[in-house]
Design a protein around this ligand. Structure first.
Ligand code: SAH
Length: 265
């Protein structure tokens, strides 16, 4: 996406206050934005280049940027709990997501994973059981990536089946993915990749059993530990706090005959 240098009215921006608190807002002429560190006039931001310093009403300096995908995921309105950026990055590689692929995603939740898949150039069909979450995700995704996307959400229960076939990837974030495995076996093309995100290892064990039974190959389960560091000249060490647990990622591939075998059972 080509962005002009100056920030324009209607764009979404990230503000960072002197204490490194982050705020997301959409620029509207004439409006003001209220923060703990003072009030800012949108008009002082409109037209400024990214990386500018803007002064608030109390004289404190804010930095302004276009937000990254991670900024948006952590700050956007949520229906369901989102997948953290550290896991989104790992999912893109584990499921080898790329331009032109057709992906079945379920459940869609707040749309964080959808955004990562779409931004990588994939076409996404999302199944979401809750109408309100589907609507939230549509808004979140359109807000960040625009309306003109290869993205469709259907309000339906993916454990009851996948209506289309020939998907390159099936990516799941829901509590009982083992119930989806037989459907995924039929919906994926040979050599396709299945990936599920699960918060507990008990669930992961059940999923691995279902994948083995359905004839998936190369199954792998990983967790991503991300530790930030405190870096100052006299004190370089890991930060005291970290997000110690989010979820486990399990991926596997379909074989030439996985769909046929699933069709028979
Ligand atoms: N990955 C999403 C969050 C998903 S939360 C994100 O990053 O934003 C899990 C979602 O799965 C919830 O929205 C829930 O409503 C949905 N869900 C649960 N069971 C489902 C099912 N059987 N079929 C479709 N969606 C389901």
């Amino acid at each position: 996406m080509d962005n002009p240098i100056g920030l324009a009215a209607g764009e979404r921006v990230l503000l960072v206050d002197p204490k490194l608190r982050r705020y997301l807002l959409r620029l509207r002429p004439g409006e003001t934005f209220h923060t703990h560190a003072g009030i800012l006039a949108h008009d002082d931001i409109i037209g400024a280049p990214e990386g500018s310093t803007v002064l608030g009403s109390t004289g404190r300096a804010f930095l302004v940027f276009r937000p990254t995908l991670a900024d948006v995921v952590l700050k956007m309105p949520r229906g369901a709990q989102v997948i953290y950026p550290k896991d989104l990055g790992a999912i893109l590689i584990a499921a080898d997501v790329g331009p032109g692929q057709r992906i079945l995603e379920a459940g869609v939740g707040s749309g964080a994973l959808s955004m990562a898949l779409l931004r990588a150039g994939a076409t996404v069909v999302g199944y979401e059981i809750r109408e309100d979450f589907a609507e939230r995700a549509r808004l979140n995704v359109a807000d960040q990536l625009g309306e003109n996307l290869e993205y469709r959400i259907e309000v339906r229960d993916v454990t009851e089946g996948i209506a289309e076939q020939g998907f390159d990837r099936v990516v799941l974030d829901l509590p009982e993915p083992w119930d989806v495995v037989p459907h995924a076996a039929r919906a994926l093309r040979p050599g396709g990749i299945f990936l599920a995100y699960l918060p507990t290892i008990n669930q992961t064990g059940l999923l691995r059993e279902a994948l083995a039974k359905a004839g998936f190959a190369l199954a792998e389960t990983v967790e991503i530990l991300r530790r930030t560091w405190h870096v100052e000249p006299r004190s370089v060490r890991p930060d005291h706090r970290m997000v110690a647990h989010t979820g486990f990622l399990t991926s596997a591939r379909t074989l030439a005959d996985t769909a046929e075998r699933a069709g028979e059972s």
